[in-house]
Design a protein around this ligand. Sequence first.
Ligand code: BES
Ligand code: MN
Ligand code: ZN
Length: 487
Amino acid sequence: MKSLMSTKPLESVETPLLALIVAQGSTTAIDPGVERAVAAGDYKGKKDETLLVYGSGKAQRILLVGIGKTNEITRSSIRRAAAIAARRARGLGTKTFSLAVTKEARGSLGAAELAQVLIEGAAQGGWQFTELKKQPEDPKPDIESVELVIEAADKEQAARGRRIGDAIAAGYLFTRNLQMLPGNVCTPSYLAEQAQKLAAAHGFKATVLDKAQIKKEGMGALLAVAQGSAEEPRFIVLEYQGGGTGAPIALIGKGVTFDSGGISIKPAANMEDMKFDKSGATAVLGAFEVLGRLKPKINVVGLIPATENLPSGTAMKPGDVVKSHLGKTIEIINTDAEGRLILCDALSYARRFKPVAAIDAATLTGAVVIALGHHAIGMLGNDEPLLAEVRDAGERAGERCWPLPLWDDYRELLKSDVADVKNSGGRAAGTIAGAWFLREFVDGFPWVHLDIAGTAYLEGEGPSHAKGPTAIGVRLFTEFLLKRAGA
Ligand code: BES
Ligand code: MN
Ligand code: ZN
């Protein structure tokens, strides 16, 4: 999807669809048809409320999208309204649409962030995955472009926001499509190829370790997860150098391309959703797509351990003890707690970059869905300032994080009779236990863990969102990195 910008007055915009975001109680006099609907009390501009009018002006259709009360307008509500507009445009099959926001509906947003979040929303709402359908029922074209209709005075600022919005949209769509690919297509080696392609396209460095190299590196925990699979694991390292010789930020993503649970096998119901268990990895790749486009002055390293988790005659078993990259031994209690096993080796590998900060994103625990549902990322870490910084980035991104405690008391959950640590502490405090396990392997840098199991994909659709993957993390990572880069 590409974006365009126009400073024409709304009445003279020629378009198959003019979507106008309006606030409650102050809808606009853009067309007699709209005015009649408002006068009749049929349209009020409430949150998510839409009105489609075949008006008499230059725009073939007008869509009003309500954003709710003027004092409740945020970046997120504007993003959401833009997504609703794009989703309707897609449903109408218009390929392109124009998008504007009334003065009252813009809240206190500056022109740059307004343009950015409008494009982000349009990318979100316009998305649909059709790649693998040979015979789509009711085929609708992709949204090719969105035209932002803005005020002339906002032009320069809006152009700045548009550049960021375009880059985020590209990263976001890249991630979402990759998330959607099934396990038989998106294997660990496929993920690695995607990383290499990204690196080649944008001119950064990619290193991919194959199974033999992973073994040589001593990543015994990652290997243990991979040993039940015919598909070989990969360890992917991306290095973006945008800021001289300074120490990098490390982004680490869980890349389980399919999680059956292994010998501790999962129930069959919804197991197909475990193709989304690579969502941390795809978020990191999406963030690198954004980096490649925006080229901020910062250094970033991306680390992705990629593997399947399957049961077989060669699979790891409960009770097995394996040696991690850091040297600590791990007793496998539950082979379904595989994410922490592959991430612990990545966290240990990260030491060589001496990162100034590390953030991992992982669909790590079902428990985070119980705790926070689908509206917040579970956030834990070892450094309060970094936690606050990540949380702020999440607020700006509309990818909210909520903290859980990592008190010492919880460490006991992971005491093993035979090894340094065990990989599961049972049902109590599942998300915290997962994070505590990771913490055992964080040596010498500030670190934040994001448990995205509840937010990486949605089981149903909404007015602003299709069913399925959300690309969670791409916007958060971008906001975090841009702020760090001083952009
Ligand atoms: N990939 C799952 C977590 C998950 C659950 C992601 C639901 C998305 C939706 C993870 O590998 C897992 O199986 N975790 C176990 C850990 C337990 C065995 C300690 C869980 O949450 O049950
Ligand atoms: Mn699992
Ligand atoms: Zn998993």
